[in-house]
Design a protein. Sequence first.
Length: 180
Amino acid sequence: MQKAIFLAIAMTLGAASQSVLNKADSKVSILGTSTLHDWHMSSNEYYTTGTLSYTNGVFTATNYKIVFPVKELESGKETMDDYAHEALKDDKNPNITFALQSVSGTGAAAKALGQLTIAGVTKNVSIPVRIEDLGNTNKVVGDAKINMTEYGVEPPSVMFGTIECGDEVTIEFQFAFNLK
């Protein structure tokens, strides 16, 4: 009898898979506007903490965070990068962090619920995402529109205010998770 119970527990535990972020197949971009042209910044440098499990089509997060060093956000234009890093208060708040609390729904109707911290300001967010189950890999794809001023970020401006960035930006992401 004890063997049967142990086997049932072992089979249940085996159904859960740890998820590991595959940075090579993941990307994050921030898109915005200005009075001169649209702009785009991206980063390939980020890391995760905590654990993320995937069982029967459901993600479960335990202290799971995705952390982006502000200094790694790049547009390909050094001056723009410097203004953006300064606006994001990178000297006091070197990271942008998304702390995942839960994922509700499945497939194209999923939502990532968590806390987004930018420039030291944390807000609860609900982000529509699409989860693609690809066997040994899951992709989570989505975008979130935010207003910089809601996070205490003054949209950058240059040339005595003749060139100004818009307040709204879009954070686009695609995260690939390999199942262990």
